[in-house]
Ligand binder design. Structure first.
Ligand code: ATP
Ligand code: MG
Length: 409
């Protein structure tokens, strides 16, 4: 390094006057521009090797991770684990000879059974940027609403503005069933906007270079558009597909018992979605090209009352564990007896909300105790037991310190 006071950057040779900042050490000096450059090089290096230890992802490990959180849905968990592991093979081992095709996933099944949750848990496990968006808000370019590109903007934001990271991310498009054309048979009144959105999504989902307005850090000041190649992004689309069961049922009826299907008691399979074919989805209102972009169609099953009880207490982050923790923070031991859990599960089943409704039902009952917790603890409250009777609107059993006798609230 130049020993005089006239320091220069040892990397680019610029003098102190020509740069914003010059960091001078004993043996060398570096300017702010070269520091920025080095940071970028290190970051790019990291992205290239990302994720280092997951060049091939073992689907079994991913499935085991999902098992910790998601009750039931065995088939969907296995199918998703394999699809994601394939996605990894594709993005981490690009072969010039054999091009692995993209396997986007279409997930169908009743509300509140774990579709969004599974997608979210997968992203969490892989530590990939994950964006959730809702198909109902998407419109064709030029119409009022979010356009298709906004999905990618969201993913880039999730990747903290890092396009390279975003290019390997996962996008979950919820409520995809809402962009079906309405009623294929009533073609005169068919909903063109649904078809338009499907068309707009096509290119992005199959993998192409999309241009979108800049977000995040700008590498080239002045340019207000950026490009992102979507071929490494895994798209998972999910929806409840209300009414699709009827289409599947009709097809199965025609195949098995023909016109006699209306006669007598008919057995309705709660997991009829397992029999879905691409044709059914097309009949539901999707254009064949759109359906064709999904290499994998998985269905989630309706949760039984037993499943719902499991959802309440078993997952790592179960509702019971969450509420116990909330009360523990106030110094109260909260307990649910088995009768209360069955009651909550049956109620959710009755409301047809599946697991989605569980929290709401518990919350309503626990609200007054949460409100009063601090006062009750001051009076010596140690434990609250929630039973079926509590859930039906009666007071919970409250246990106070030895000094005060047990009392009912
Ligand atoms: N199989 C499951 N195991 C454990 N928890 C579940 C399961 N299914 C749903 N839940 C719980 O219910 C909540 C709602 O589920 P989720 O958002 O995944 O439903 P969904 O299938 O995406 O429904 P929708 O079609 O309405 O979007 C989750 O956050 C989770 O707490
Ligand atoms: Mg969902």
């Amino acid at each position: 390094m130049n020993k005089s006071n006239n320091h220069k950057c040892d990397f680019c040779g610029k003098s102190k006057e020509d740069v914003e900042k010059l960091i001078v050490g004993d043996q060398a000096a570096i300017c702010n521009d070269c520091v920025d450059l080095c940071v970028d090089i290190l970051k790019d290096e990291k992205v290239k090797n990302f994720p280092v230890d997951q060049k091939t992802l073992n689907p079994v490990s991913l499935k085991e991770y999902l098992d910790e959180y998601v009750i039931g849905q065995e088939d969907a968990k296995i199918a998703l684990s394999v699809a994601v592991s394939q996605h990894f093979k594709r993005i981490n081992n690009p072969s010039t000879e054999i091009k692995l095709e993209k396997t986007n996933v279409l997930m169908l099944g009743p509300t509140g059974c774990g579709k969004t949750m599974m997608a979210r848990k997968i992203a969490e496990y892989l530590d990939l940027p994950f964006a959730i968006c809702d198909a109902t808000g998407i419109t064709e370019a030029g119409y009022v609403g979010d356009d298709v590109e906004s999905i990618l903007t969201r993913l880039i934001n999730e990747a903290d503005g890092d396009i390279e990271k975003a290019k390997r991310g996962i996008v979950y498009i919820d409520e995809i069933d809402k962009i079906a054309k309405k009623g294929e048979s009533v073609s005169i009144t068919r909903d063109v906007s649904g078809e338009g959105v499907q068309q707009a999504l096509l290119k992005m989902i199959e993998g192409s270079i999309m241009r979108l307005p800049f977000t995040g850090k700008r590498k080239h000041p002045g340019s207000d558009m950026q490009e992102i190649d979507t071929s490494g992004i895994l798209f998972i689309c999910g929806g409840a597909f209300v009414g699709l069961d009827k289409i599947i049922e009709q097809r199965l009826d025609r195949r098995t018992i023909g016109f006699n299907s209306q006669i007598g008691e008919k057995y309705v399979n709660p997991n009829i979605f397992q029999n879905v074919t691409n044709k059914d989805i097309i009949q539901y209102g999707f254009i064949p090209e759109f359906v064709g972009r999904f290499g994998l169609v998985v269905s989630v099953d309706e949760l039984t009352v037993e499943n719902l009880v499991q959802v309440l207490k078993e997952p790592k982050n179960s509702f019971v564990k969450q509420y116990k923790y909330i009360f523990e923070l106030d110094g109260i031991d909260l307990q649910f007896d088995d009768s209360s859990l069955t009651y909550i599960a049956e109620k959710a089943k009755e409301l047809k909300t599946n697991a989605r409704g569980l929290k709401n039902i518990i919350e309503k009952t626990l609200l007054p105790y949460q409100f009063d917790a601090v006062n009750l603890v001051e009076r010596g409250l140690k434990k609250i037991v929630i039973s079926k009777s509590t859930m039906e609107g009666n007071p919970a059993t409250l246990y106070f310190d030895k000094k005060s006798k047990n009392e009912q609230a």
